[in-house]
Write a protein that binds this ligand. Structure first.
Ligand code: NAD
Ligand code: UDP
Length: 314
């Protein structure tokens, strides 16, 4: 196969930086495009000296012309505190950003992958969630800028596919964690680990009985790559996540045990529209991509805790 040039939008973020690394390790040229709203140069600093790696500081809501062979569209803040900070910009990124990348892919006639989310299922009434489920999303709540933005982006992808024959790949990513989450990211795994390592209170929102399924980022990026390699007939949507299901309280207790922390658990109000449970059915990913996540929560947490222990700014 000839050497490909691959564009990763949001490549300076948590998942994007791991994806850039994986694609470089396969011998590709990688262009990382990011406006560093929630990403960090530290995530990709070690790649900057690699001649196969290029960084472009740019906002996906503004059109850009590049010559590439494939696009992974990951640009979008993913943590509730960050995507709600400037809700209008979040929708703009999801919708205008997707259109700009779709227009680029259309001009170049190249495949484009969209990092959609389990949030398209909202507070799900079907459990576990299969790709055939249409979801239960509040269209006017505080999470809607993200949920509805991502749903609209999925619509755009399928309309570009139907109308222009564009090869699209839509994956719905479930909660993913691992090294390079920012200490102030605000998501549950990084919050609990940072709190446990500092010996401060562990903040459970609600009573902690809500569930999530946590996928280690190494597994996740392998799934993204496998999806991109499928034939044009495979469009998705395909769920990518680890089907192990844990309550938030179990997660807190596991992190306290592994870190050996003296932190106490404290209970805070549950945010609006916080989904009560979430667990992917990953049958389709197994059948279409031969992909299953292999890293247990315990092993993935240990790697992530080691990463945070070694962070200077903690
Ligand atoms: P992240 O916040 O670490 O990364 C997002 C990156 O996109 C950041 O580097 C940010 O600076 C960049 N970005 C944001 N707006 C941009 C814009 N307008 N133009 C250019 N760059 C912009 O989050 P992440 O966890 O790495 O998520 C990556 C993608 O995966 C997102 O699209 C997210 O919705 C999706 N996703 C993540 C999870 C998860 O659990 N991590 C779950 C579901 C979906
Ligand atoms: N959560 C929590 N304490 C925190 C951060 C999050 O109890 O410090 C809860 C949050 O209310 C949700 C779950 O953990 O029920 C996962 O939150 P996160 O923001 O990581 O992702 P979400 O799946 O809600 O997008």
């Amino acid at each position: 196969m000839h050497k490909q040039t691959i564009l990763v939008t949001g490549g300076g973020g948590f998942i994007g930086s791991h994806l850039c690394e994986l694609l470089l390790s396969r011998g590709n040229d990688v262009i990382c495009l990011d406006n560093f709203f929630t990403g960090s140069k530290n995530n990709i600093r070690h790649l900057l000296s690699n001649p196969s790696f290029e960084l472009i500081r740019h906002d996906v809501t503004i059109p850009i012309e590049l010559e590439v062979d494939a696009i992974y569209n990951l640009a979008c803040p993913a943590s509730p505190i960050h995507y709600q900070h400037d809700a209008v910009q979040t929708i703009r990124t999801n919708v205008l950003g997707a259109m700009n990348m779709l227009d680029l892919a259309r001009r170049l006639r190249i495949p484009i992958l969209q990092s959609s989310t389990s949030e398209v299922y909202g507070d799900p009434k079907e459990h576990p969630q299969r790709e055939t489920y249409w979801g239960n999303v509040n269209p006017i709540g505080v999470r809607s800028c993200y949920d509805e933005g991502k749903r609209c982006a999925e619509t755009l992808f399928f309309d570009y596919h139907r109308q222009y024959g564009l090869p699209i790949k839509v994956v719905r990513i479930f909660n993913t964690y691992g090294p390079r989450m920012l200490p102030n990211d605000g998501r549950v795994v990084s919050n609990f680990i940072v709190q446990a390592l500092k010996g401060s209170d562990i903040t459970i929102y609600g009573d902690g009985s809500q569930t999530r399924s946590f996928c280690c980022v190494t597994d996740l990026v392998a799934g993204l790559e496998a999806m991109m390699q499928t034939p044009d007939s495979v469009t998705g949507p395909v769920n990518l996540g680890n089907p192990g299901e844990f309550t938030v309280r179990e997660l807190a207790e596991t992190i306290i045990r592994i870190t050996g922390s003296n932190s106490k658990i404290v209970y805070k109000p549950l945010p609006q529209d916080d989904p009560a449970r979430r667990k992917p059915d990953v049958t389709l990913a197994r059948e279409l991509l031969g992909w299953t996540p292999g890293i247990s929560l315990e092993d993935g947490l240990r790697q992530t805790i080691d990463y945070f222990r070694n962070l200077e700014e903690l």
